[in-house]
Design a protein around this ligand. Structure first.
Ligand SMILES: Cc1ncc(COP(=O)(O)O)c(C=O)c1O
Length: 414
């Protein structure tokens, strides 16, 4: 069975025993289902039918090389958020013309390397950045392909820390300024405006903000046409949410219908940049209980070997992840605070959870950890980056080995 499922005795990933993987590779361990990634990519791609479109997987969600390559093999293009994500994309085999470069702060060094690459577009965040790209392109005798990232001042109704489309958020060019910029393109031979770009936020669970942003982009495309500027495509960003707590979320078909209803009348190709919705449910973080101790009269702490260093989302946004023991012990459920080993009180992976009884050494799966999990892992408290395993077609392989203290200190001097 594709994805995570339970046998009578334990939790499996694509029919492979997660307990066996935890023994073979140790914990904390990221485990991904290749079949789930393929299925989720294809469902999104198919939802747009024969309307011209390109899916640019957002590498920021998870840029482990093997996953980037797997998505490329499915026909995905890439959305990179730094020159180093571009380097990663090139290593994974994406052609420069299949990469869009987003990012609220692209340094001079990043732009100097990006401009000659011949990317599909550099998504521009300000008038100043546009001028810097123009100067670099002009000096190199090139024409830079750019998209203007518009800040539409739309509330994504997502968590404030992952909303990007309000005027008070740092992302994009405000509408009035974007309109003023459009008019300047005629006299700028080193620039070609190929697209408009918008991304209103992540983990969006209704189509309304996405549809609103798409409608606004469609209206702006009309304004550009009136100015005699014809675009190649419109880039509607990422943001489709996943069901972390079993709540309903739009299906790929709902999502595509919302975007297409705004854009179809233009006949302009669509680019989307999904991250979380492709890889989120395809990954679990496997962890072991390293201590159990009393907390309150009716609750206990279960201290895990994974915490905010391996999966930052709960500490960063108060994010919820379902957590379940790989093997369910008999006995009445108990009330746990599931905490990581890091020296911070905010290092709580799961608050107030009823679970079957836990003992030291038991392994648990932290579910829906494929996106913004390993990509945000860090070395705080000198925790090594966890190993990662890809399960594919009944077999599995290590796609990133566990970091060692020597890996960690190799850039340091005494
Ligand atoms: C510009 C841009 N595109 C795409 C994404 C991917 O979003 P998601 O993972 O929610 O699909 C993000 C993430 O915030 C983003 O900032």
């Amino acid at each position: 069975m594709a994805g995570f499922s339970r046998s009578p005795t334990e939790l499996l990933c694509d029919d492979v025993s997660l307990s066996a993987l935890a023994v073979a590779e140790g914990t904390p361990l990221y485990v991904y289902s290749a079949a789930t990634i393929r299925d989720r990519f294809r469902a999104l791609d198919r939802a747009f039918g024969d309307y011209p479109h390109a899916v640019h997987y957002a590498l920021k969600a998870n840029s482990t090389l093997a996953l980037a390559r797997l998505l490329r093999e499915q026909g995905s293009a890439a959305d990179a958020n730094s020159i180093w994500e571009i380097d990663l994309a090139l290593k994974a085999g994406f052609a420069p013309g299949a990469i869009v470069f987003t990012g609220v702060g692209k340094s001079p060094a990043e732009l100097a390397r990006a401009v000659p690459l011949g990317l599909k577009a550099i998504n521009v965040e300000s008038a100043g950045e546009l001028a810097r790209i123009e100067a670099l392109a002009s000096a190199a005798g090139r024409v830079a392909r750019v998209a203007i990232r518009v800040n539409p001042d739309i509330d994504a109704k997502s968590h404030p820390h992952i909303s990007t489309g309000l005027k008070i958020n740092k992302f994009g060019v405000p509408l009035d300024e974007a309109r003023a910029l459009f008019a300047t393109f005629r006299g700028r031979p080193a620039l070609r405006l190929v697209a408009l770009h918008v991304h209103v936020g992540s983990q969006i669970t209704t189509t309304e903000p996405i549809a609103k942003a798409a409608a606004l982009m469609a209206a702006l495309v009309g304004e550009l046409r009136a100015l005699g500027i014809t675009l190649e495509y419109v880039d509607l960003g990422g943001g489709l949410g996943i069901s972390y707590e079993g709540q309903p979320v739009p299906t790929p078909d709902d999502y595509a219908a919302a975007l297409l209803s705004a854009v179809r009348p233009l006949g302009l190709p669509i680019v989307i940049e999904p991250g979380r919705s492709v890889v989120g449910p395809a990954g679990a973080l496997i962890t072991r209980v390293i201590d159990v101790k009393p907390r309150t009269a009716d609750s206990e702490f279960a201290v895990l070997d994974a915490g905010m260093t391996e999966l930052m989302r709960p500490a960063l946004y108060g994010a919820y992840h379902a957590i379940e023991p790989l093997t369910i012990r008999a006995g009445a459920e108990r009330f746990y605070e599931l905490v990581g080993p890091i020296c911070e009180s905010t290092d709580v992976v799961g608050r107030d959870r009823w679970l079957s009884p836990l003992e030291v050494g038991d392994a648990l799966a932290i579910r829906d950890a494929g996106a913004y999990g390993s990509a945000m892992a860090n070395n705080y408290n000198r925790h090594p980056l966890p190993a990662e395993v890809l399960v594919d077609n009944g077999a599995w392989r290590v796609i990133r080995r566990r970091q060692t203290i020597d890996d960690m200190t190799t850039m340091e001097t005494l």
